[in-house]
Design a protein around this ligand. Structure first.
Ligand SMILES: N[C@@H](CCC(=O)N[C@@H](CS)C(=O)NCC(=O)O)C(=O)O
Length: 202
């Protein structure tokens, strides 16, 4: 049985939760709050003490992008991680944006504005302002980030953009991003997370 260490409002956890739900894999989710992340038991599992953490038998994986890459290669090779060099490159691009611009932009703004963490908002706002027009323009011309179907690019990039209202960003200003996150929420087996607009989302 797969164990997912995470928390209900963590967008990074939700990337993995979506993948497991869409794959139809059963998993056991362990709430891992700030106190649990500081425990010696959790540090023994991951030196970064971060969620999500994925454990399946003898395999322990950290980092949401890395976990998605594993799940794609293991269960949906090609379909979720690219059939061609061009698709693989496009998917790598959006995984990179998820780990950099999205994490340091809208996700950081959400931590500051929704959860009150002491994060310099100016930098996060500047990263967000630079990135959102780029992905908005990309999604004006297509339904999915890479290729003609859902891939791990969509799973990695979508949570913190779906939750942009938590970051003080109005989804009405970003209709293509908003439409894309609603498309993901309308997929069969989409798991709920508070704040994600769309069918089946809450
Ligand atoms: N690169 C990691 C980042 C994970 C991350 O920042 N997780 C947050 C919760 S969403 C966390 O554990 N924060 C506590 C900490 O960094 O100490 C990933 O994509 O999984």
């Amino acid at each position: 049985m797969i164990t997912l260490y995470g928390s209900p409002l963590s967008g990074n956890t939700h990337k993995v939760r979506m993948a497991l739900a869409f794959l139809g894999l059963p998993w056991d989710e362990r709430l891992t709050d700030a106190a649990a992340r500081q425990s010696d038991a959790f540090a023994a599992l991951t030196p970064m003490r971060q969620i999500p953490l994925f454990v399946d038998g003898g395999l322990t994986l950290r980092d949401s992008q890395a976990i998605l890459a594993y799940l794609a290669a293991r269960y949906r090779p090609g379909d979720w991680d690219g059939h061609t060099p061009e698709e693989r490159s496009a998917i790598a691009l959006w995984l990179s944006h998820a780990a950099n611009e999205i994490a340091n932009g809208p996700a950081a703004l959400r931590l500051a504005r929704r959860f009150g963490l002491a994060i310099p908002e100016d930098h996060a706002a500047a990263v967000t302002a630079r990135f959102l027009p780029v992905i908005e323009a990309h999604l004006e011309r297509r339904d999915w980030l890479a290729g003609d179907r859902l891939t791990i690019a969509d799973l990695a990039a979508s949570p913190y953009l779906a939750l942009m209202e938590d970051a003080g960003i109005d989804p009405a200003d970003w209709p293509a991003i908003h439409g894309w996150t609603r498309r993901i929420a309308a997929l069969p087996a989409f798991p709920a997370i508070p704040g994600w607009p769309g069918e089946g989302a809450n």
